[in-house]
Design a protein around this ligand. Structure first.
Ligand code: PLP
Length: 373
């Protein structure tokens, strides 16, 4: 804020576009996942790439998370200010990244997921040089075909190498079920296949005398059926803290569970049949959605109104399914298709209780530079 400018205290006073978080909904989302994981005896290690804010990492820890998951060194540095157990669920390749994660404050118990000896070897050498122990999870490909060891015997061989190395502690396996995007009610078959695959990897390790204490999986689309996957010990959902239009379409939450929206203002109605708002690709992101009329987001209070196209700073609302006719200056709130990418475009999140703004959280972990800079 410029000195002398007053902070806005209500939603109407916000300059748009601005990211708004409904704090009651966030709290409800946190309580729901904490209760679900508790009732199924699963650990909860939320992925903080969705919110990238220390304030929310701290809330997740106090709601019962066993630790926090990150994808980048900067996320790790930010979350180290609020957590003492951090999982880097992304292979750290290159001296710069390895040095940075090993330089995290001493109070942090560090765990890293990787899928090759090419990543393990330099990590182990750097850890030994610093005398810092790093727990390692062998990442397996559970069907997404992105990263991960594809063969159970190869996963055993990598785990066995980890066991031999000084300053490396083999802790278990990790997978991300990003290929399961079916509606929640149709996930029975893919989750059954996933479960069989995870079991094969666990059995291969056990046959070789290794005990994977951690089997880390889970995603937001599959979150509420995670207990159907054999051997799973913990889940790492990220998106569920806010949810988004995609999560609603998959059926993993209701529209009323969407806790994040981009506040925007109608800036033009000049072209007949369309309305233009000041939230475009630089506020909402330009992520496609499968089904449900396409577009790049939908209005929080009128989900039938979709942002049908975006340019950088403009969003076009499709009013064909609604008789609502807004005027220039009217305010809307847009739920984006993919919340994580929209959050990454924001400097801060305005925290709302109804129409009142009660706080704002800087999105400290966006960007790549060191934190604190
Ligand atoms: C490795 C890993 N774990 C966990 C997550 C969180 O999943 P979701 O966004 O479905 O909540 C992601 C998401 O990209 C991921 O890549």
């Amino acid at each position: 804020m410029t000195p002398g400018m007053r902070e806005p205290t209500t939603l109407d006073a916000l300059e748009t576009p601005a990211a708004v978080v409904d704090v009651d909904r966030v709290n409800r989302n946190l309580e729901r996942v904490a209760a679900y994981t508790r009732s199924h005896g699963l650990g909860w290690r939320p992925h903080t790439k969705t919110h990238k804010t220390a304030a929310l990492g701290a809330r997740q820890r106090s709601a019962g998370a066993v630790g926090l998951t990150v994808a980048t060194p900067r996320e790790a540095e930010v979350m180290a200010t609020v957590a003492d157990d951090i999982l880097l669920a992304y292979p750290p390749v290159g001296v710069a990244k390895i040095e940075r994660v090993l330089a995290l404050p001493e109070h942090v118990r560090l765990m890293v997921a990787l899928d090759s000896v090419d990543v393990l070897r330099p990590l182990a050498a750097a850890a030994a040089e610093r005398g810092r122990t790093v727990r390692v999870l062998v990442e397996i490909d559970a069907g997404m075909r992105r990263v991960g060891v594809t063969d159970p015997e190869a996963a055993f061989a990598l785990a066995a190498r980890a066991v031999e190395l000084p300053c490396i502690a083999f802790a278990g396996i990790l997978y991300y079920p990003g290929h399961v995007r079916d509606p929640v009610g149709d996930q029975g078959r893919p989750l059954h296949d996933l479960s069989r695959r995870v079991e094969e990897f666990v059995q291969a390790l056990e046959r070789g005398g290794l005990d994977p204490q951690i089997v880390s999986g889970g995603s937001t689309p599959t979150l509420w059926r995670s207990h159907e996957v054999a051997e799973l010990t913990e889940v790492r959902p990220g998106t569920d803290v806010f949810n988004d239009r995609t999560t609603v379409l998959i059926g993993a939450c209701g529209w009323e569970d969407c806790a994040y929206s981009v506040a925007a203002t109608v800036v033009s109605t000049s072209i007949a049949g369309q309305v233009v708002i000041d939230a475009g690709a630089k506020a909402l992101a330009k992520e496609e959605v499968r089904g449900a009329g396409g577009g790049y987001g939908a209005l929080l209070d009128r989900p039938e109104v979709v942002v049908s196209s975006v340019s950088e700073e403009h969003g076009i609302l499709d009013l064909s399914a609604s008789d609502w006719r807004p005027r220039v200056g009217d305010r809307v709130r847009v739920v984006p298709n993919h919340v994580c990418v929209s959050v990454n475009l924001q400097e801060r999140l305005w925290v709302a209780e109804g129409e009142r703004l009660v706080d704002s959280w800087p999105v400290e972990a966006r960007g790549r530079g060191r934190y604190p800079g």
